[in-house]
Write a protein that binds this ligand. Structure first.
Ligand SMILES: Nc1ncnc2c1ncn2[C@@H]1O[C@H](COP(=O)(O)OP(=O)(O)OP(=O)(O)O)[C@@H](O)[C@H]1O
Length: 417
């Protein structure tokens, strides 16, 4: 389940386009320098994972009933098999289509030798913009290893296609979990946010800014209650030069509008603090099922973000603790310099106490009611993604969640705010 609407891509820089294939070659040929260490680490990790007990890959027995949607997924996967390079399918068996992104198809696969499940994200990288997204994503994935960040296992690179083998997240998106739990308290919210913050704090300490944090990009590793939450989708991520202090000036306007920090919209130099704003938006959504900033009209939406016009009115806000609201308020701060950093946010009393002193009231009813209302409003207007089941969302995703290239941000910028 997602909330994202309008995604703004970085304007494809000429430099980026030229460098992308060089970078990709560098990834595959890395023998020394920056790329060497993460690659070695990945290799080691991959062989560790793959050397775990080789299971007997039995096809499902007759008694293991396949659901209709499983079969549908497999049919779709069959279509993609032909598009996969034989060197990939020699190693991984394609099982089902998971979803599509703007430049990608994600499939569930099984490693032929070990029967271990993984996800493969296939990206067509012929278009410069797609190459740029792929380079960003790989640039980050090579370097990261954290319990709350999706793990890259290996990469197959060809001139037209790149295949990223990733750990498979089967627990669904953050909001799907909120809904499926049936009972949701502030304590549950703190657990999810703690994990998201742990992942984001790790990235920031490496000098990485995600730039597209939203509930759709936070996936649970497995369906169990004790699952890790994983930060995914690094297509818009970027590196700073200076490492942990997050003080480098980024300039490119990109992200998903509803989650974009004021400084990005105002085209000011920005830092990893933009991710903290997005986490404030996510915290608001997780606790209420509604968006702090929402408007069909982009100009009005833009205004409400840069003016920080949101409220804690309506259900379930009267039942939400002041500490939780304080947490959100300290993230949704217009001045990025005074916004909580990831390290500070993780030490906020609401998270530290895991909302133990807060109301244990079940917020589930109000949250899912708000989510449902938003879904029906959206579908009657334009059949947006939010609140729809996976198959519908996959189709609608490509229709209604466009990446907007070179969006006329200047127009917004020129508005009299
Ligand atoms: N490692 C993974 N395990 C399970 N599902 C995944 C994994 N990676 C991506 N997905 C799912 O696959 C779908 C497509 O993901 P992808 O990252 O390619 O695009 P997206 O982020 O949805 O869209 P866009 O590229 O436009 O931002 C999404 O539903 C996503 O949740």
């Amino acid at each position: 389940m997602g909330c994202g609407n309008c995604k703004v891509m970085p304007e494809a820089s000429k430099k980026g386009c030229v460098n992308v294939m060089q970078s990709l070659v560098a990834f595959s040929k890395a023998r020394e320098g920056d790329y060497n260490e993460p690659k070695k680490r990945l290799e080691k990790q991959r062989s560790l994972w793959l050397s775990t007990t080789v299971k007997n890959c039995q096809p499902p027995s007759d008694s293991q009933e396949q659901t209709h949607s499983d079969r549908q997924q497999q049919d779709k996967a069959a279509k993609y098999k032909d598009k996969f390079d034989p060197r990939v399918t020699a190693r991984y068996e394609i099982k089902a289509l998971i979803g599509r992104g703007s430049y990608s198809r994600v499939v569930r696969v099984e490693h032929r030798a070990t029967c271990q499940p993984f996800a493969i994200k296939m990206m067509a990288v012929e278009a410069p913009e797609a190459r740029e997204v792929c380079t960003s994503e790989l640039g980050v994935l090579w370097r990261v290893r954290h319990a709350n960040v999706i793990q890259l296992i290996e990469v197959f690179q060809f001139p037209q296609r790149v295949y990223m083998v990733l750990e498979l997240a089967t627990g669904g998106e953050l909001l799907d979990r909120v809904i499926s739990k049936g009972h949701f308290t502030e304590q549950d919210a703190t657990q999810s946010l703690q994990m998201a913050l742990a992942g984001v704090g790790y990235l920031h300490n490496l000098g990485i800014t995600h730039r597209d944090l939203k509930p759709e990009n936070l996936l649970y590793y497995h369906p169990g209650d004790d699952s890790r939450l994983l930060v995914t989708d690094f297509g818009l991520a970027t590196f700073g030069d200076t490492g942990a202090d997050c003080s480098w000036p980024l300039k490119t306007t990109c992200g998903t509008l509803e989650y974009m920090a004021p400084e990005v919209l105002l085209r000011r130099p920005y830092s990893c603090a933009v991710d903290m704003w997005a986490l404030g938006v996510i915290a608001y959504i997780v606790l209420s099922g509604s968006m702090p900033f929402e408007d069909d009209d982009h100009t009005r939406l833009y205004r409400s973000i840069v003016r920080r016009k949101y409220s804690f009115h309506g259900e379930p806000w009267p039942s939400v603790s002041n500490l939780a609201k304080d947490f959100i308020q300290r993230l949704l701060v217009v001045d990025p310099g005074t916004r909580l950093t990831a390290d500070q946010a993780i030490h906020h009393p609401w998270l530290v106490t895991m909302a133990a002193s807060c109301s244990m009231r079940n917020l589930h009813r109000s949250i899912s009611q708000n989510l449902r209302q938003r879904a029906s409003r959206s579908s009657s207007r334009s059949s947006r993604a939010f609140g729809l089941s996976q198959p519908q969302r996959v189709i609608q995703h490509s229709l209604n969640n466009p990446r907007i290239i070179g969006r006329p941000m200047e127009k917004w910028y020129q508005l009299q705010l």
